[in-house]
Write a protein that binds this ligand. Structure first.
Ligand SMILES: [Zn+2]
Length: 68
């Protein structure tokens, strides 16, 4: 089981009603979904935060950083 986890939720994540964690049987599916989510979050959210994907074991974390 591979998990996609939103590591830190800013207000935008809560407003978008995204679930902070989802599970996939297939590693590629998880990776693709994580990439899609990060892209969407970078495109549609407030722009104050920057999201990226980091793999940790069998999990893919969507990390958040303040945009400098
Ligand atoms: Zn935000």
């Amino acid at each position: 089981m591979y998990k996609v986890i939103i590591e830190k939720e800013c207000g935008c994540v809560r407003r978008a009603n995204m679930s902070a964690e989802s599970s996939f049987n297939d590693k590629d599916d998880a990776l693709i979904e994580a990439g899609e989510m990060a892209r969407k979050m970078n495109d549609e959210f407030c722009g104050k935060h920057q999201f990226a994907v980091r793999q940790e074991g069998e999990d893919f974390l969507i990390t958040m950083q303040m945009r400098g």
